[in-house]
Design a protein around this ligand. Structure first.
Ligand SMILES: *Cc1c(COP(=O)(O)O)cnc(C)c1O
Length: 374
């Protein structure tokens, strides 16, 4: 056995067993692989905002560049969120993306000997955050690709410390109604933390949004997480947040790196939050783009999972008993179109495509049509 093998054995078995997160393929990587021009590539693989970021956020970033020698101070962003959400600042925890706050929930509440419950086909970070702590994962079979809350409730064991729920869920796009989620919160044991991940909240029709922030007053075990990566267009800066009971926030803050959100992310998020016109225009573009994409799928005779996010998972018909989605994904890459294969989410027959600009959606539909006809 080599020294490096001995060294790696020092890492707990549960860490060594982690299957790394598989990100959407970067444009730069595809350009290198196939010798394509970066400008000709359409990336609809990571649910990013196709409009980019608010010009006001960009200006704030540019104005803050000279201040990078200083450590960040999250006070003003926390204050802006506090005002916007109507909750005291002590209930808000900033994260390096909401991925970070999901990990903080894992760090604060999970350890070897306890378990976390989440749904089959749910966001990949839940199993990662669970396994990184050596806790046991309970993946509850989905119902019509969505969360089966009754089964999740039944799956909670005495050693369960955390339940992760994505609403809407990625990569399925499925949504739970406020009544369903509230019923779950009412019936879940009070000594189990329920993380409700609302990364796509701003893409929901306002009438479908849950009063999740208001629920915090009734459910001290609730943690709501949100992000600036999606509708706000700041995925590359990494900023998100949790809203929860102040005592829970204090625990998350104990395991949080003191300076987990950087100066540029902070000023950009403050400016982005203030630019609700940009958010509204992005929402409207998504509604139109979703209609365009689904219309194209309908014309091609394709099935999809009805989605409430800025993406949709499209079913690729099998050939005999053989899944074709992986091959279609590869052929789309050759045409310069990046989507997301979902085999690692237990969905080997689906491809997830992010709603892009109208011309990007057209590129995707034309490329998919060409691949399916070939
Ligand atoms: C994209 C996404 C996030 C946000 O990730 P960030 O770390 O904030 O970029 C969180 N949850 C779900 C379900 C997502 O799809």
């Amino acid at each position: 056995m080599s020294d490096i093998m001995d060294l790696c054995e020092l890492s707990p078995a549960y860490v060594r067993a982690i299957a790394p997160y598989q990100p959407g393929k970067p444009i730069t990587e595809l350009a290198r692989e196939f010798g394509l021009d970066e400008g000709s590539i359409v990336k609809l693989a990571s649910n990013e905002n196709p409009r980019g970021l608010s010009p006001k956020a960009l200006a704030a970033i540019q104005a803050a560049l000279p201040d990078l020698a200083r450590y960040p101070d999250g006070f003003e962003l926390t204050q802006a969120l506090s005002q916007r959400l109507g909750v005291p600042m002590q209930q808000i925890v900033l994260g390096n993306g909401s991925n970070d706050v999901l990990e903080l929930a894992g760090m604060a509440f999970l350890a070897p000997g306890c378990s976390a419950v989440y749904s089959q086909h749910a966001f990949a970070v839940y199993p990662l955050a669970t396994q990184a702590r050596g806790a046991h994962s309970i993946a509850v079979p989905a119902k019509n690709f969505g969360h089966d809350l009754e089964a999740m409730l039944a799956a909670i064991r005495p050693d369960t410390h955390v339940v992760f729920i994505a609403n809407p869920n990625n990569p399925t796009g499925t949504m739970l109604t406020a009544a369903e989620l509230e019923s779950f919160l009412r019936r879940a044991p009070k000594n189990v933390v329920v993380v409700v991940d609302e990364a796509y909240n701003e893409y929901l029709d306002p009438v479908l949004r849950c009063p999740s922030i208001a629920w915090l007053a009734r459910f001290p075990n609730l943690i709501v997480t949100r992000t600036f990566s999606k509708v706000y267009g700041l995925a590359g800066l990494r900023v998100g947040y949790a809203v929860c009971h102040p005592e829970v926030a204090a625990l998350l803050n104990r395991v949080r790196q003191p300076f987990n959100v950087n100066n540029l992310a902070i000023v950009a998020a403050i400016a982005a939050l203030a630019d609700q016109d940009f958010v509204r225009d992005s929402y409207e573009l998504n509604v139109a783009g979703m209609a365009q994409l689904l219309d194209g799928c309908r014309r091609m005779g394709l099935a999809w999972i009805p989605s409430y996010g800025n993406f949709v998972s499209v079913e690729i018909q099998r050939a005999g008993n053989e899944s074709q989605a992986g091959a279609v994904f590869q052929k789309l890459l050759r045409l310069g179109v990046i989507v997301r294969p979902l085999a690692n989410y237990g969905m080997p027959d689906h491809l997830r495509v992010t709603i892009g600009l109208a011309r990007e959606n057209t590129r995707f539909l034309e490329a998919l049509d060409a691949v399916l006809k070939a």
